[in-house]
Design a protein around this ligand. Sequence first.
Ligand code: ATP
Ligand code: MG
Length: 571
Amino acid sequence: MVSSAPVSTETPSPPERGDFIREIVAADLREGRVQTVVTRFPPEPNGYLHIGHAKAIGLSFGIAGEFGGRCHLRFDDTNPTKEEQEYSDAIEADIRWLGFDWGEHLYFASDYFEQLYEWAVDLIEAGKAYVDDLSADEIRGYRGTLTEPGRESPWRGRSAAESLDLFGRMRAGEFPNGARVLRARIDMAAPNINLRDPVLYRILHAEHPRTGDAWCIYPTYDFAHGQSDAIEGITHSLCTLEFEPHRPLYDWLIDNLPVPSRPHQYEFARLNLTHTVMSKRVLLRLVSEGHVRGWDDPRMPTLSGLRRRGFPAQGIRDFVTLVGVAKADNVVEVEMLEHVVRDVLNRAALRRFAVLDPLKVVIDDYPEGQVEEMEVPNNPEDPSAGSRRVPFSRELWIERDDFMEEPVRKFFRLAPGREVRLRSAYFVTCREVVKDAAGTIVELRCTHDPATRGGDAPDGRRPKATLHWLSAAHAAPAEVRLYDHLFLSPHPGAGDNELFDDLNPDSETVLRGCLVEPSLAGLPVGETVQFERLGYFCPDPDSAPGALVFNRALTLRDTWAKLQAQGRQDA
Ligand code: ATP
Ligand code: MG
């Protein structure tokens, strides 16, 4: 089981996999620097979680679970202008779906606003912070560059008493947005720009989802994060590489404040995937500009989108485990995700019959009105999955491209005069092709061999092809949505292209007039099955009785294995 017990009294077990972070954690425990590992996952509720977050979640919850510690869920809700309750709710649901549990350890940075304010006052009193009247633009201008030191603000010399007075009045709401900020007094010539008197508080007259109008000043990420870690007793604060240059500031604040514990920050590489984007800002644009059906559109890299697409949580957990933790940024081929998910589905998904592009077949020598319930295995890879009964009758549907009037070389499926196997039913032979006035094939007339019932011939003959089929009288109509990459380029927006020019116009194809076996009418949302010979599909939440909708999660073709083989050849 992957979910970590929120509190565990068990002896810490050795890590399952060694990576540089697990090695640090193991050493800290072994050498007694840490008694219980406490990690946290700190999403900002300004969007839905994506598969990159799954990597961070798998890491922090995974480590806590493996080492007998706990992982907190903490909402980093310090920017009320972008944050919404809808997002927090979705984040909780997605983490649970992924299979992780924070137990009672649900926290909000906003719960610490009063404490953070007091610590800001402490810094001012100690001469380590001051109120600055420069505008945001001016502060940027004074900051300097990587090669040039910054310049000191004219307000840097302000007395502690004056800063205290102004900071109190900032809190009291006396000043408009952007009029003043609180800055740490560190070093305007520091080689690390984050140490050049970073902003700790800004004025934002905005209603907060949790604290309402209690505050009109809000701490920055830098001021809130490490201190929240310290309040919660986080031992290993794991985040992505872009925070590496912030670590000296993280440590400076911890060292200069009377915090109750000493957390440490460790950075790992972000997960990026080809043919998609991970930035919440861009994902929000895709949603708000109507390029997709919503945050949970099956083409989105969001967890809710992947779930709707039919990817099981196990597949996503396996994928982030396989990707592992490294210190160098990398882009993973989306085909690898598909490969891992396909592997999970191949083992677990029940097989079902569906016909996406139906062609009528009439078995002339089969009695009219007769129906046989054919026993069809649910998963040939797993006998314990049992079997189901699928009705068979005189009029059937098969896939239009399983027939060729003039078969080309290597086409072994149905053709005039040729015998094929209908899976778990009978061998049938095509006797006649019926066309409409326009010359389109509308029906095939066939005969069957009654001795082959169940799909095997007593004389041992074996047709070269086995087709799936549906009884026309019993099949249920369905809409089927096929999905492809959201962006055409493997690295969207990498060149000169405007990012959205690169959107794949064929990322969604809606097929109407498809047919599925009757048992699929009751398949619950969230369950992915294999439509035999076609791919993996699951019901969409839009699906309703009488108006079934299925999403294609994946085709059966594994392109990653091919990519890997190519890579080996090139190497
Ligand atoms: P975005 O840049 O997409 O807006 P974010 O980093 O601002 O994402 P947060 O909600 O702040 O999103 O992220 C919560 C945690 O998830 C952070 O610790 C962050 O480092 C981690 N995280 C975000 N994106 C990725 C990613 N692509 N790969 C791994 N971890 C990630
Ligand atoms: Mg962030």
